[in-house]
Design a protein around this ligand. Structure first.
Ligand code: SAM
Ligand code: SF4
Length: 334
């Protein structure tokens, strides 16, 4: 759809797409239990979009009205050339928010470079404050390195820093309050994410189960006067609350118990250049093929606009009788 000089991405359900999540690698230096198997087969490098292709993709989407790009993965900060990519995206006219989701294993070294490239929002995954448990969850990660990364991000002065914690019964259910207190101490935000059914999660003989956001809201409400932040102020799937007298917002992302598809404003690009319409569905088009076949910018933009007719009305995570998508999160970029 064209409005004056601006082409806008509007899908079949009248939702305007202004947000792109760009996965820059499927590889990671962690193997979080709920995200990856212990041994993983990663994509051959030639199948992953090059830095030039990623930058071209970002440019085309901003020309189509996208204002926010989140770089994710896998672990984006282990991708070679990612600093050049951030620099390039930061210079695109039309970008209002340049965001990163990271496990923070390399954030201590990257934070100043990212800030300088124009990154304004950083989400950092942190599921435990116990070193042993952190190691168990991530299978590889070292908590002290991640904590150094968090401090470096705070020091670099990003506009927005938020911790992301996936809470599982039998794993870290007891850390909801300590993690929130940690966020308060650091004067940053925190979001609790319901585990999504993208793979089987087992820990030894224990099988872990997801905890609903409603339970967590109830628990935290006994400690803090949580004040709902109106959804107009917080586009996206997170239900947010402020804690009066602090700078911390607490968010709850609930694919199981809260359907947020009606306000969906986002598309995803997987590491191998598939433009995915929805995290919970398989509909996609192959942007890499178009780029490598020498398609023009205009041709690719037309393909993107046409693909929006594939965007489904909603995901099916909460419908047990529907086929579920068993795709590891690192492949689609969370
Ligand atoms: N490696 C980076 C990180 O961990 O922040 C970015 C990619 S990771 C796939 C993005 C987010 O997805 C993380 O916050 C992670 O906790 C979350 N995630 C991964 N698997 C998940 C699952 N099965 N359910 C819910 N969240 C998941
Ligand atoms: Fe890696 Fe992030 Fe997945 Fe953990 S959640 S394995 S850090 S991609």
């Amino acid at each position: 759809m064209t409005l004056g000089n601006t082409t806008q991405l509007i899908d079949g359900f009248d939702r305007t797409i202004s947000y792109l999540r760009l996965s820059v690698t499927d590889r990671c230096d962690f193997r979080c239990q709920y995200c990856m198997a212990e041994t993983m087969q990663f994509l051959p490098r030639a199948e992953v979009l090059s830095i030039e292709e990623l930058l071209r993709t970002a440019r085309l989407f901003t020309e189509l009205g996208v204002k926010k790009i989140r770089v994710t993965g896998g672990e984006p900060l282990i991708r070679r050339g990612v600093d050049t990519l951030f620099q390039g995206i930061g210079e695109l006219p039309g970008i209002e928010t340049l965001a990163l989701t990271t496990n923070a294993s390399h954030l201590a070294e990257f934070a100043p470079v990212l800030r300088q490239a124009g990154v304004n929002s950083v989400n950092i995954s942190l599921d435990s404050l116990y070193p042993d448990r952190f190691h168990t969850i991530t299978r590889i990660g070292k908590l002290d390195t991640v904590l150094r990364g968090i401090d470096a991000a705070v020091q670099a002065g990003f506009d927005n820093i938020r911790l992301n914690a996936v809470i599982l019964e039998g794993l870290n259910r007891d850390e909801v309050l300590p993690l929130t207190q940690f966020a308060l101490e650091k004067k940053i935000g925190i979001a609790f994410i319901e585990e999504m059914p993208l793979g089987q999660v087992n820990l030894g003989s224990k099988s872990l189960s997801y905890v609903s956001s409603d339970e967590l809201i109830e628990e935290l409400s006994t400690h803090f006067a949580l004040e709902p932040v109106s959804s107009g102020q917080t586009a996206g799937p997170s239900r947010n609350f402020s804690i009066p007298g602090t700078q911390t917002q607490v968010g709850f992302i609930s694919p199981h118990s809260n359907n947020f598809c009606g306000s969906c404003n986002r598309l995803r690009i997987s590491a191998e250049g598939r433009l995915l319409m929805c995290l919970g569905n398989e509909e996609s088009i192959d942007l890499r093929q178009l780029m490598r076949d020498g398609e023009s910018d205009q041709g690719i933009k037309t393909a993107i606009i046409d693909s929006l007719s594939l965007k489904p009305e909603r995901h099916v995570f909460d419908r047990p009788n529907e086929p579920q998508i068993m795709r590891f999160m690192n492949a689609t970029g969370g």
